[in-house]
Structures are given as C-alpha cells and as structure tokens.
Design a protein around this ligand. Structure first.
Ligand code: GLC
Length: 459
C-alpha cells in the first residue's frame, strides 16, 4: 500500500502555493540533495525564547482514541496489554459529541496558562486533523467524522495563548514504520532504506500539512528515541520549520535539534542543563483519560510543584486528558480553576519573573523580578508563621503579602554589628493574609539582589 503522496503531485495544493509551501518544498525535496550544515544543534536564540521564558505555565492536552476504553495512550498495544486490533477498535467509539473547543480555550485561559500543546498525533498514528497523507484519522475513521484539531486551534488563536502542536515521530501503526510491538519490528531502517525513506516522506508530509494549516508557535516532538538524528533527518526538519517561521520553538525531543529541555514527570532537584526547560507532568498518573485513574494530585501539590519549577527558572506543562466525548474530567477542571485563582492573585511573582535564590537561603521556592530588585518568597501555610531568610545583603524597602495589600514587618535576628555577614530575616504571615495554598511575600529591595554565600563566622 502506498501511503506517500508527494505534495507536488497534489494539484489542488499546487495551484495555491504560498511562500510557506515553497519553503517546505525546497526543504523537503531540494535540501537533501544540496546538503545541510551538519552542526545545526540546539541553539535557542534568546529573543525567540522570550515569550516561552515568561510564559511559565502551559496546558498539555492528550486527546485520542485511547480515551474510549481508557487504555494507556498508544503504549497499551505496544506493550501488549491490549491486542492491537482491540486498541484500534476504540476509534469506533470516538464521537466527540460534547466537544466544545471554546470551553477548552476558556478553561486554559482561566488557569493562567500562556501556552498550550495538543497531541495532533500520538504514537498510535491516529491524526486528529484531516491528514491527506493517509486515512488513519479521526475525521476519516471515527464516528466524530470531523477534524477536531482545527476548531481548537481557532479557539486558541482568539486568545492571547501560544499554540503548541505535539507530533509523535513514532508511528507504530504505519506499515512503513519499522517498530511496532515491543518485541516485534516490521523491518530495520538501516536494512531497507527505501522503505524507511517512504516513511520519512510520509511523516515530513504530515508536518508540512500541520505547518501550513496552523503555523504553531511551538512544536512538541515525541518519540525521537527510536531513531538517530540522521535517520529522522532532524536537522532538515528543524531547518524546514524555521525557514517557514523563524521564531518557532522546538522542544528537546528532536535528537539534539530542539531548543529546550523536557524533563518528564520526575521533578528535577537541581536545575536542568539547558537554559530553557519545561517539566511536563500529568494531573493524575496518566496522560490520556483513564476512568480507572483517580490518583489526582491536589491543587496544593500542583501549585507547589509549579512554584518550584518557576523558582528554578523553568516552566510547567500540565497535562489534561479529555474524554472521548470531548468533556474534561471534573477533577481536572477543578485543578485548572484553583490554579487559575492562584495564578491570578500572584501574577507578578510568576509571569515575567526569573529564577529566584539558589538553595540554602530560604526553605521554599523564590522568584525575582527581571531587574532582581523584587524578591518573591513562596510560603506554604505550615511555614507561614516562621518564614526566614538567610544571607540577604540587601536592605528591605518594603514587604507585603502579594495580592492582599497587607504589609509585613521584617524582624532581623542575629546581626552582629562588627561582621559583614547579614542577619536572619524573619516574617510572620498573619492568618487573614494567608492563601489557602501558597502565599507569596514580596520584598522590595534597595538594589538588585545580593547574597552572602559564605560559611559563617569570619568568612
Ligand atoms: C512520553 C510518552 C508519551 C507521552 C509523553 C508526554 O514520551 O511516550 O506517551 O505522550 O511522554 O511527555
């Protein structure tokens, strides 16, 4: 079965070539013959990353046929928990009859998120949009009978929210994709380069479609681990994306050709290596909707994890898994709503802030204003009566509980008159000023933050 339809043979597209199409055609069909710079490794330029660094919170959406029976997304058949035909049969139950993309966009906006990333296609190969590269898509195969990606993109584009498209490089359903089940492969990419090339043309063709239709602000690739950068033609894919929209951000799952690091689920204790990073995390234990999974994190846990991320200069990409009918589970609606009330009260400490103090000065996360003259301390209820700060050389001009209008009086303890070592700064947050999850103390400093990092005594 031939799955690849070269873009240039599609006369409908051909007659409407925009600059964007031409870029794609050049990069897909011409660049491979003239070669590409081999060292095009992730070099995120700061100006294009500016919105991402300020955005802090993104909402990840895993929506696919796996929501029908509530299996794990794609992995269910790959890991042989469910036979492949049974897994794929879920498509017959994907109706999306209550799907309301405007509601989704409103909820995302309400959470305070500044970007969103939606699974256009997961490892199972089922496209949410009406791809012309094959027929395995929601519009072609499911009773929903419609493209469910475009209306979401349109709803998001009406907001001040950046659009990210998740695209799985892996396609375990495609007859020309080498890997299939965990213990069986169709063939080896290195041994049948013609067949592998057919798959590459297919996937790059899908990317061309996505690029043409949505021009996302961010591409979130996944599954790069199954092939090398060379096999994926990662350099070419990156170049093609940037040629059509130079500011596009690419996540770090393109075999070294992305712009930022994407630790998954496991919280980093020390700061990831790349300057830009984003923790992607589920609200319960699964990416997609699973009716059996009730292990939701509490709003407090989500908020404290979020505060921890931004305190270390990263973003949180928090996942939701809508049901097959298009509704969002109540627990996730609740988490996003609570998160939204919290982000609203503490906007100043979150958006546009930079990483706070290194560990050791304060028992909790902190952020700084970009000029480092305002320090924000994130304080849980249990710590609110006994907040203290070590090694602050600055004078505190004012202290307040953010979003409450309540001022605080710092108490300096243990300052020795003849020593340059600063004293400890204590605060008490009055009960009336405490946020039910995490309060934020804003300290206005006399000048940019200066910290004493010595070992005490005469040091
Ligand atoms: C993993 C999984 C995938 C999930 C993704 C989200 O790479 O393969 O199922 O979509 O992480 O980060």
């Amino acid at each position: 079965m031939i799955h690849f339809t070269p873009i240039s043979t599609n006369s409908k597209v051909k007659t409407k070539h925009s600059l964007n199409d031409i870029y794609w055609i050049i990069s897909l069909f011409v660049l491979p013959f003239i070669g590409l710079p081999t060292q095009l490794k992730a070099q995120a330029d700061t100006s294009k990353m500016a919105w991402f660094a300020d955005a802090k919170l993104g909402i990840f959406i895993h929506w696919g046929i796996y929501a029908v029976d509530g299996t794990s997304e794609s992995w269910a058949f790959h890991n042989k928990q469910v036979p492949y035909p049974k897994y794929m049969k879920q498509i017959e139950g994907f109706k999306a009859e209550k799907y309301d993309p405007t509601y989704w966009a409103n909820l995302i906006e309400q959470s305070g998120a500044r970007y969103t990333v939606i699974t256009a296609k997961h490892h199972d190969g089922v496209a949410l949009w009406d791809t012309k590269m094959n027929t395995l898509s929601i519009p072609k195969k499911s009773p929903a009978k419609k493209d469910v990606l475009t209306p979401f993109v349109e709803a998001i584009r009406k907001k001040d929210i950046k659009l990210g498209i998740y695209y799985s490089l892996i396609d375990w359903s495609h007859p020309n994709y080498p890997q299939f089940l965990k213990d069986s492969v169709r063939y080896k990419a290195t041994e049948d380069t013609l067949r592998w090339n057919r798959f590459r043309q297919f996937y790059q063709g899908q990317l061309a479609e996505l690029n043409k239709a949505y021009k996302p602000d961010l591409y979130w690739f996944d599954g790069d681990w199954e092939h090398s950068a060379q096999e994926w033609q990662a350099a070419k894919v990156r170049a093609s994306i940037l040629a059509s929209k130079p500011n596009t951000i690419i996540n770090g799952r393109l075999q070294g050709y992305g712009d930022y690091e994407t630790p998954e689920q496991n919280f980093p204790v020390s700061r990831p290596n790349l300057k830009y990073w984003e923790l992607c995390m589920t609200t319960n234990d699964n990416w997609g909707y699973r009716q059996s999974d009730h292990n939701f994190k509490t709003p407090y846990q989500i908020i404290s994890i979020f505060a921890d991320c931004i305190g270390m200069g990263g973003n949180l990409l928090l996942d939701i898994g809508p049901k097959a009918d298009g509704t969002i589970p109540d627990e996730q609606v609740n988490i996003l709503t609570e998160l939204g009330a919290w982000t609203k009260q503490h906007q100043e400490a979150i958006f546009g802030s930079i990483a706070g103090m290194p560990q050791g000065h304060f028992y909790g996360p902190s952020t700084l204003s970009k000029d480092s003259t305002c320090l924000y301390l994130f304080v849980s209820q249990t710590a609110a009566n006994n907040v203290y700060l070590k090694g602050l050389n600055n004078k505190i001009v004012s202290a307040e509980v953010l979003g409450t209008g309540i001022s605080l009086e710092p108490k300096i303890v243990g300052k020795i008159s003849w020593s340059h070592v600063p004293g400890l700064v204590y605060f008490e947050v009055p009960a009336a000023a405490q946020n039910k999850y995490i309060s934020v103390i804003k300290l206005k400093l006399d000048k940019p933050l200066s910290l004493y990092r010595g070992k005490g005594g005469f040091d």
